[in-house]
Design a protein around this ligand. Structure first.
Ligand code: NAD
Ligand code: WQD
Length: 339
């Protein structure tokens, strides 16, 4: 019988892609999501791709009763992949309590419910934001964590610590995955990122500019110490990221993990600048992107890219899709958005 995986936040951007990958690998997927940042039709879209309708419960992790209901109805959950969180860096600085409450209380409630249900396998969505501007590049998991610039970033660091402590004190086995910059969409263009309002992140802003929804893309800073003066990041295709989650949950289910709490970087290992992104996008789409240079954005770091060798070695996973494919799929999704 297929093992059942609970995907919190499974109607969201990364969770929906991971749900498809899990189903394609033969797992049964149960999604819980409060739809605070997702469309209600995402489970149907997932079914449209995989041919299998995932179970879906509209539930809020901040409500302990919602979680009790999920675990009571599904006592056979073999593992949990925990995506559900708020993720806007800027909003978290304006409304820190909203972020601390949702991201911390949601995680604590989940851990309590898992313990009660005797469910011991957890994969957690962390972020490269925990490294700040690393002293050495590429950044490995050994790099010291830096003080968070935003309440959002702090929630990722604190959640890692909470999960690590709980794994040290109980039968919980957990893997925290530190994502670099996820972009792109499923090749079907049926699921992708749904930015609400004006996008904060580069690629959704860029595709909206190319689509004529925004006047011009602002390039934040051209005086960084990089090959063209613009900031460098490690962009990773969301489908590659989803596949790493499959390997991480498998590692736990097959008890191949070496420690009760493990951490892996998920990136390609290659950094691209903002201008590299614009130029590659123009090449693959044939569409010019109006852009202008402005001051640096407060809190931005200059450069970061991953050393993904630990994930390559222990998860048996490697990012496969290149920048052109990432941007081509992001553009296809933008053009079909809303349909
Ligand atoms: P997303 O907003 O698309 O998905 C998160 C989902 O969680 C949404 O569908 C939302 O409705 C749901 N949710 C939020 N709070 C909830 C709650 N209390 N109860 C139930 N559902 C809730 O975000 P995403 O980009 O898919 O990110 C997924 C995870 O990965 C998040 O934890 C995020 O912090 C982390 N992450 C994202 C990025 C990125 O750039 N997208 C980078 C690093 C880490
Ligand atoms: C990328 C590059 C900008 C927008 C954020 C979070 C991080 C993680 C991923 C969750 C930078 C430049 C951007 C624009 C620009 N999320 N840029 N014009 O800041 O690396 O990471 O998302 O964990 O925590 O901080 O991503 O896409 O915003 O920026 O020039 O309109 O593009 O300065 O160099 P970032 P981003």
């Amino acid at each position: 019988m297929a093992e059942k995986i609970l995907v919190t936040g499974g109607a969201g951007y990364i969770g929906s892609h991971t749900s498809v990958v899990l189903q394609e690998a033969g797992y049964e997927v149960l999604i819980i999501d409060n739809l605070s940042n997702a469309r209600a039709d995402v489970p149907h879209r997932i079914a449209g791709i995989s041919g299998i309708q995932p179970a879906f419960i509209k539930a809020d992790l901040c409500n302990e009763k919602d979680l009790d209901y999920c675990f009571d109805r599904h006592p056979d959950i073999a593992g949990v992949i925990h995506f559900a969180a708020y993720k806007s860096v800027g909003e978290s600085s304006a409304f820190p309590l909203k972020y601390y409450h949702n991201n911390l209380a949601g995680t604590i409630n989940l851990l309590k419910a898992m313990q009660q249900a005797n469910c011991r396998n957890l994969v957690f969505s962390s972020s490269c934001t925990v490294y700040g501007q690393p002293d050495q590049l590429p950044v490995s998991e050994e790099a010291p964590l830096k003080e968070a610039f935003s309440p959002y970033g702090n929630t990722k660091r604190i959640c890692e610590e909470i999960i690590r402590d709980q794994a040290g004190a109980s039968s919980l086995q957990a893997i925290a995955l530190r994502y670099f910059n996820p972009i792109g969409a499923h090749h079907s263009a049926q699921i992708g990122e749904l930015p609400v309002g004006i996008p904060n992140n580069l690629v959704p802003y860029l595709t909206q500019t190319a689509a004529g929804k925004r006047e011009s893309l602002k390039v934040f800073g051209r005086d960084y110490n990089t090959h063209d003066g613009t900031g460098i990041r490690d962009y990773i295709h969301v489908v590659d990221l989803a596949e790493a989650h499959l390997e991480a949950i498998r590692r736990l289910l097959e008890q191949k993990n070496k420690e009760a709490f493990e951490v892996f970087n998920l990136g390609t290992g290659t950094g691209y600048s903002v201008l590299d992104i614009i130029n590659t996008f123009e090449k693959v789409s044939g569409v010019r992107v109006r852009h202008e240079f402005t001051d640096r954005r407060a809190g931005d770091i200059e450069s970061v890219w991953a050393d993904p060798s630990k994930a390559n070695r222990y998860l048996g996973w490697k990012a496969r899709l290149g920048l052109e494919e990432m941007l081509r799929s992001a553009w296809a999704w933008e053009q079909l958005l809303g349909s």
